[in-house]
Ligand binder design. Structure first.
Ligand SMILES: [Fe+2]
Length: 347
């Protein structure tokens, strides 16, 4: 059996495989590690068969939807998952077969209503139901402390003490634990009955995770995060370094059009000398009058280099084949002490 753990910040994800049959699956893949999962699967000689999310994540972006499209693989989640793109909706008592491995599904609601754990051999992947020295929180959408009590005390902690536990989160650099160790030392499990557990969970007063609404939007709809949108646009364009732009605008024979896509007020306050101005929101509608030659060499910039990446990808998609984005934003231009012009300028 192959079990490789991946860490991205506090999020843990897993490649599980059967080396005899060369098949595997990913559990809780996170979007920023997408290329690493594929490289690891290839390195182990595994062809992936399933993509599993142990629950609807509220704190990071699942890679299941993107990997499913790219690799034509089924996404597996509990039947209570709100995500419409789930291909295989599983429930308590079912299992996934991957080569010689049997991954048994345990429905363990509490952190979310759609939480599952995956039991295989002497291991259990616990998602956010049971963590190392902690449990998943129960104050986010569909969380329920009383259900978590049943999932933990009525199900997970009934597993043999030596069962190795691999959670979906750990913020202290620990990678695994055992059911026995958690039973003995996990502070949240040292409670006297359901009421005490619920009271403990209800009084944790945790701060909401970063990107909560964006993560739920992406993970429940299969849509893209803003960071993904920008990264995908960046994959379709080229960039020009700041010093190259500076050199080219200093050359009177230079043919480079510098296009500022920030709002009018920012442009008036200061811009790259000679820059033309079309706010991002007006770009599609005004581009043909402002830039009549689609073969013109154009460098697009904004304040931080994100909106300009999207704008450049759009310009390329409509035929401006020589549009590139400034590598960095005006913020970097300004902080580098490079020349700045103010006023409304041209166009
Ligand atoms: Fe979670």
């Amino acid at each position: 059996m192959i079990l490789e753990q991946f860490r991205s910040g506090g999020c843990l994800s897993y490649l599980v495989g059967c080396d005899q049959h060369g098949v595997g699956l990913l559990v809780d893949p996170e979007i920023t590690l997408l290329d690493r999962y594929l490289a690891a699967a290839a390195q182990h000689g595994l062809r992936l068969h399933y993509l599993v999310d142990t629950h609807t994540h509220a704190d990071h972006f699942s890679a299941c939807r993107k990997l499913a499209r790219r690799l034509e693989l089924p996404v597996v989640m509990h039947r209570a998952s709100p995500a419409p793109f789930v291909d295989i909706r599983v429930d308590e008592g079912e299992c996934l077969i991957v080569g010689q491995l049997r991954l048994q599904i345990l429905h363990t609601p509490g952190h979310t209503a759609d939480s599952i754990c995956l039991k295989l051999a002497d291991c259990v992947l616990t998602g956010d139901t049971l963590l190392i020295g902690a449990t998943g929180r129960t104050d986010l959408p569909t969380g329920d402390a009383s259900e978590l009590y049943d999932s933990l005390f009525g199900k997970l902690l009934e597993l043999p003490a030596e069962t190795r536990v691999f959670p979906a989160h750990n913020y202290r650099g620990q990678s695994s634990t055992t059911i026995g160790d958690e039973r003995a030392t996990n502070p949240r499990l040292q409670v006297d009955g359901r009421q005490a557990f619920v009271a403990l969970m209800d009084n944790l007063n945790l701060k909401a995770p970063d990107h909560l609404t964006e993560a739920l939007r992406v993970n429940c709809s299969g849509g893209r995060s803003v960071a993904q949108l920008i990264a995908e646009a960046a994959d379709h364009i080229a960039f020009m370094p700041i010093d190259e732009v500076q050199r080219r605008i200093a050359d009177p024979a230079g043919e480079l059009v510098v296009l500022d896509v920030r709002e009018a007020e920012s442009f008036r306050e200061g811009h790259i000398p000679g820059a033309r101005h079309v706010p991002r929101g007006q770009l599609e509608l005004r581009v043909d009058s402002v830039l009549p030659d689609p073969l013109q060499r154009i460098v697009v910039y904004c304040e931080f280099g994100k909106i300009s990446t999207l704008a450049t990808a759009m310009l390329r998609s409509i035929g401006f084949a020589r549009a590139v984005a400034l590598d960095g934003g005006f913020q970097q231009w300004r902080s580098s002490g490079l020349p700045i012009e103010s006023g409304s300028g041209s166009v």
